[in-house]
Write a protein that binds this ligand. Structure first.
Ligand code: GAP
Length: 459
């Protein structure tokens, strides 16, 4: 068996054809940087969410979850610094009138060897002129100076569109965790260090092309905020950095396709920060970040809200504003990394091409496919089996086409087990289980089927 090279374009087409990810608003010509997860993609995404929640909330004795509102009082975003400084450095091409991020122009031109993050706007403008970097759309090199462009989407609350009514779609889920620090601490009697975890949508007005779902205007974040005594910040920063690798490899991403990149230019709130990057087909890209946010967020919320954000240590009576170590994961980017890593195209010994998604079984969108060998004879028994298995797992039923074609369709969406119902099932109570990865088959008693699958799909 031979493995063929797969391009990003082929992966995007595969996702569309197999019901994993569709272009957003497609029948209206789409909307740049927006995508819809289809019946297969939504299962994968939900499984990743569950794995994250289990690892960061359920299994942590010191973490509680929240689900805070997307729309927040605008003062939150003044306090957090997003109104003043959550901006991208943009330049317009004077020739074709398209808009570009100066840092991305430099990174693409230098193939990632120059870190534009560490440059000032003047340095970026100078570099672009000195290297005659061309507009990716028209090929000319004639850009306007850089302007800062705020990434927050605004909307208006109420019936009038006055400034006083402006509210923002949250650009990060983190602030919903910070503003609830006192509520969580008091209601659940939490002692430092403790964490708050949350999964939810965030929105950013991204204008650069997104590399499929890598950069979108609407995405899910899975964020864990660890509140601690300032003296412990370095320890927890290292802990959550290591946790990144542990979590991403537990999903099946290979360690050799993951690396850390320390930030040279720190965000307005950070004392230390790093990204964890995955090697996508288009190059290295950030999937999660770990940030030592110091006491910036809670101090600013104390200042802007007038509410006390101090914590009193019950043993020493020491009063302080806690430091926050944040571990922020992009759900869509992790989903994309898993698709990128799992998708393989093989040429089999008989010359046939096989597309297969080698997801770890616990993340596979469908755990089992149930297939009647002959629809007329075996469909009823297969539907009955569907109902039994579906109480435990996400199952898919398929009766269309030859059994070989049906196996291929399940390989292409990553279903680890195909169960075929035939005369043996009706007469002897056994089914044939066919394995996605080895393509081997095994006869299993119907009575043993649930536990047979269960042991293989547990994480
Ligand atoms: N609370 C900190 C924070 O939001 P960030 O590095 O801006 O930090 C965290 O974002 C994660 O969110 C990133 O590591 C990435 O996985 C994801 N993310 C950020 N912008 C994104 C976008 N436009 N599209 C998809 N995912 C994005």
């Amino acid at each position: 068996m031979e493995k063929n090279k797969v391009t990003m374009e082929r992966l995007v087409n595969h996702c569309k054809n197999m019901g994993i990810i569709f272009p957003g608003s497609e029948i209206y010509g789409g909307l740049a940087n927006s995508w819809d997860y289809g019946p297969v993609g939504v299962e994968l995404k939900n499984n990743i969410k569950r794995a994250w929640w289990k690892a960061f909330v359920q299994e942590s004795e010191h973490t509680m979850g929240v689900d805070a509102a997307i729309l927040m009082n605008s003062k939150v975003w003044e306090a957090s610094g997003h109104v003043a400084s959550f901006a991208d450095p943009l330049m317009d091409c004077r020739e074709c009138k398209t808009r570009h991020r100066a840092d991305k122009l430099i990174e693409n031109y230098s193939k990632g060897s120059v870190n534009a993050d560490a440059m000032t706007n003047e340095e970026m403008e100078g570099y672009i002129i000195a290297h005659k970097i061309a507009c990716p759309v028209c090929g000319k090199s004639n850009f306007t100076p850089i302007r800062q462009f705020n990434l927050m989407f605004q909307t208006n609350r109420g019936v009038t569109q006055e400034n006083a009514n402006i509210i923002y779609l949250r650009p990060e889920t983190a602030q919903g965790e910070f503003v609830n620090f006192n509520n969580v601490q008091r209601s659940l009697r939490m002692k430092l260090p403790f964490g708050i975890g949350q999964i939810g949508k965030a929105f950013r007005n991204e204008i650069t092309p997104g590399n499929f779902t890598f950069r979108t205007i609407e995405f899910d974040q899975m964020e864990h905020q660890l509140f601690c005594n300032p003296k412990d910040d370095a320890k927890f920063y290292d802990f959550y950095k290591n946790r990144s690798m542990e979590f991403l490899t537990s999903l099946g991403l290979p360690a050799e396709k993951l690396r850390f990149k320390d930030h040279e230019k720190l965000a307005h709130y950070a004392k230390a920060a790093c990204d964890c990057e995955y090697l996508f087909k288009f190059g290295w890209g950030e999937v999660n970040g770990v940030h030592n946010r110091t006491n910036f967020d809670l101090s600013r919320h104390q200042e802007f809200s007038g509410k006390n954000m101090e914590y009193t240590d019950p043993t020493t009576n020491e009063k302080f504003i806690p430091y926050i170590v944040e571990a922020s994961y992009g759900l869509d980017r992790i989903t994309l990394a898993l698709l990128d890593n799992a998708y393989e195209v093989e040429t089999l010994e008989n010359g046939e091409e096989r597309e297969v998604m080698r997801f770890a079984p616990h993340l596979a969108p469908f755990k089992v496919a149930v297939l009647p060998l002959i629809k007329k004879l075996h469909a009823d028994k297969t539907h009955e089996l569907y109902r039994t298995l579906a109480k435990k797992f996400r199952v898919i039923y398929d009766e269309t086409g030859s059994i070989g074609k049906r196996y291929r369709r399940q390989d292409a969406i990553g279903t680890p087990f195909c169960v075929t119902v035939d005369d043996e099932t009706l007469n002897n109570g056994t089914v044939t289980v066919r394995f996605r990865d080895s393509m081997e088959q095994e006869v299993v008693k119907l009575d043993d089927l649930v536990s047979f699958i269960q042991t293989k799909v547990e994480d």
